[in-house]
Design a protein around this ligand. Sequence first.
Ligand code: SF4
Ligand code: SF4
Length: 467
Amino acid sequence: MGGAVSKVREAKLELYRKKGKIHAKAVDGRFNSLRWGMVWFTQTIFYGLCWLNWESEGTVRQAVLFDIAHEKLYLFGLVLWPQDALLLAFVLIIAATALFLVTALAGRLFCGFACPQTVYTSIFTWIEARVEGDHLARLRLDGSPLSARKLLIKTAKHGIWALVAGWTAISFVGYFTPIRELLPTIAGLRTGPWEAFWLIFYAAFTYVQAGLAREAVCQHMCPYSRFQGVMFDPATRNVAYDRTRGEARSNRRQTGKTGDCIDCGICVQVCPTGIDIRDGLQYQCINCGLCIDACDQVMDKIGVARGLIRFASENELAAPEKQQPWFARPRVGVYAALLLVFCGLGGWTLSQRSLLLVDVLRDRGALLRESSEGLIENAYTLKLMNLSEVPRQFVIRVSGIPGARIVGQDSFAADPGSIRPISLTVAAPADSGLSGIRPMDFVIVASDDPAVQVVEKSSFALPQLPN
Ligand code: SF4
Ligand code: SF4
């Protein structure tokens, strides 16, 4: 029975983790420091930014907040609306193009240093190492039979993981519900259904992805690992083993001098995805550089130059004596040019953004009518969208038709972030000399700031003059 259970367990492992759980050896060095630098940088922003307040127009609010209920995105002094979706599209396009550029230059660099999966896996494995010990102690613990000590250690680890995952979920939801309002509702078990769902889902997601699945996500779930190869060319720099210099690998003490690789296997032991970089470029490699740190230490110990494993392109490895232009390449030029163009277009779109949007609709009932004073009148419905954070008064006038004016009230108030529908009548003299449908503009200006102004094209219907 026990054997059958263990076979089922092994079969499950085979599905996605052929080598069983990976316990990577810790290593110090340049790339490990850079990796932790990125963990601190990204997580200080993620966990900290939701607590930052911003004062705007006399009110204090959360600096970064996706207010889904009111369809607003607060970004420090900027308030974006669904009408600004083009800006969001530019942000996504710029991020994708930057990723292509970085990948063309240095392979899967994003995966190794900035991807949330890598960052959270680093945090979770760091906790694991503090609780369970180094990689050898962890291997021993995993292989040992269940005991009170093992249960205690495993419970402590999973408990700390759950706390980190929980706080990560609270920080995440805090970007959608102001975090200072969210915390008391969690403490009082009064969260709304959506907040409760996302808190539980995001905590479970973080716990499973970073604590349990780890490198399996990079290897089996991440689509980027599968298509990144199309962005590579022989000049793309990746973490690579210098086969010419390293082979034939052997233990020098036993065999005498051959290649620089002493076959110590430390580069494999430190690899978070459990691969051997000496087998060549593999899609499982996240370019974290930890094997470089490990191998450099070995090279120092045996007294040969560092760099047996290093960031190098196929071209550089094939012909190290040649100067290889690793960044001046057509592919890199195209990605860099596209990035500049999209940044320019995004910046221009932002600079042209207006805090007032206006829609003008002609009255569908009657094209025109004649007033008791003999004026020709046309009816319209205007929708004023006040996209600023302050209430505003807007003055409306018309231009393009001689003598045309708005009948009655021409100044209207609109609340911050509101859409105000307005019914308007425009009157023009019947003897203006014009006839038929004539172009006319509505000019709408904020009374407190003439720069907030919109000119919206429309038309005015006049009677046809007899021939
Ligand atoms: S760490 Fe360096 S020397 Fe040791 S096995 Fe790996 S490549 Fe060879
Ligand atoms: S092979 Fe090296 S660079 Fe690639 S994932 Fe493993 S340790 Fe990181």
